[in-house]
Design a protein around this ligand. Sequence first.
Ligand SMILES: [Zn+2]
Length: 120
Amino acid sequence: MTSYVNAHAPLEACGLLAGRGLRVEKIFYVRNQAQSPVRYVMDPLEQLHALEWIDDNGMDLLGIFHSHPTGPETVSPTDITEAAYAVTYVILARMDDEWRARGYWIENDNYREVTLQITP
Ligand SMILES: [Zn+2]
C-alpha cells in the first residue's frame, strides 16, 4: 500500500480493504477519479467490480484507505462528510518523507481512532 500511494503522490490514492473477521486479506487499488492532491473520488466502476469480487469470494468490505501525501494523519472534514460505509477508514499520511497509517471509525459526523495491527 505504501509503495502504491507513494507512486501516486502528490496525488491522493485510494482503495478498498477486504477480508474476513478483522483480518484484511485483499487490497484493491482503485483509481482516484478526482486526480487531486487534496481529494479522492473512487472510480465507480472499479469500485463496483471490487465490491462484487468481495461478495463473490465470501469476504466483507473491512476498510477504505486513501492517502494524504502532505498530511495530516487525521481524517479531514470532507472525509467525515463523505464517509458512506460502516468500515474502518485508513489514512496513509506522509510526514517528514515517511508514510504512516492510522485507522478511524467515522460515524454521525464524528470519528474515533481505531488501532491497526500491521503484520508482515
Ligand atoms: Zn482524506
